[in-house]
Design a protein around this ligand. Structure first.
Ligand SMILES: O=P(O)(O)O[C@H]1O[C@H](CO)[C@@H](O)[C@H]1O
Ligand SMILES: O=c1cc[nH]c(=O)[nH]1
Length: 233
């Protein structure tokens, strides 16, 4: 079997799929953290792998960037491959004044400038929220690993390059912690098709102060987040 965007066979994916945006990150995670990892899909170089972690089957597959890309892969994974749990493991831009680069953030909910979730409910607001059990398991895994993490609302944008920081200043006042480009879409698709979703990030830069993670440190903080996600399964 295959779908328009995934060329894996039925049963190639585990029940739980971890989704970074970047295909090379998916490859790195599979090669670094999983046992017996094998590539299961490579359409458009959006790479996907399945292996085991501590004996438990788990898959890693890239989402690409942005809500449309994430939504295509999340829907095909759920509907065609029977995936139950989708955990986004990404980078984000910090918004809050107490958010520091390299922090780990769990997206309890995801606001957005996209219309995709309103389109699901006849133009009304839809509260895009994480699956409670996945969120609690993630937060507890972070505690066990001794990694402090923040939990709260994030903002998913279609516009990586904003014209000004005005929007982010307003979001800061509303307590929004960080910005990414996929989570609100992932939560909407999971709700529509009956799966569980959750997202966590490492902060790669701060969109108000302009601070950014030095590239050599980026991989270390990314690996910490991956460890949390894998230990939460
Ligand atoms: O690091 P990833 O998971 O790709 O996430 C963030 O990075 C990309 C933008 O550079 C967007 O996809 C955004 O959500
Ligand atoms: O979506 C993102 C991710 C990282 N940094 C940003 O500014 N935006």
């Amino acid at each position: 079997m295959s779908t328009p965007h995934i060329n894996a066979q039925l049963n190639d994916f585990a029940e739980t799929v971890l989704m970074p945006g970047d295909p090379l990150r998916a490859k790195h995670i599979a090669e670094t953290f999983l046992d017996d990892a094998r590539e299961v899909t490579s359409v458009r170089n959006i790479l996907g792998y399945t292996g085991t972690y501590n004996g438990k089957p788990v898959s890693i597959m890239a989402s690409g960037m942005g809500i449309p890309s994430m939504s295509i892969y999340a829907r095909e994974l759920i509907v065609s491959y029977g995936v139950k749990n989708l955990i986004r493991i990404g980078t984000c831009g910090g918004i809050g004044s107490d958010i520091k680069i390299r922090d780990v953030i769990f997206a309890q909910g995801a606001s957005t400038d996209s219309n995709v979730n309103r389109a699901r409910v006849q133009g009304y607001d839809f509260a895009a929220i994480a699956d409670f059990d996945l969120l609690v398991n993630g937060v507890e895994a972070a505690k066990r690993l001794g990694i402090s993490a923040k939990v709260g609302n994030v903002f998913t944008t279609d516009t990586f390059y904003q014209a000004s920081t005005d929007l982010y200043q307003q979001l800061d006042k509303l307590g929004v912690l960080a910005v990414d480009m996929e989570t609100a879409g992932l939560y909407g698709v999971a709700a529509e098709y009956g799966a569980n979703a959750m997202a966590l990030f490492t902060v790669s830069d701060h969109v108000i102060t302009g601070e950014a993670t030095p590239s050599e440190e980026r991989q270390n903080s990314f690996n910490e987040m991956v460890k949390i996600a894998l230990e939460s399964i």
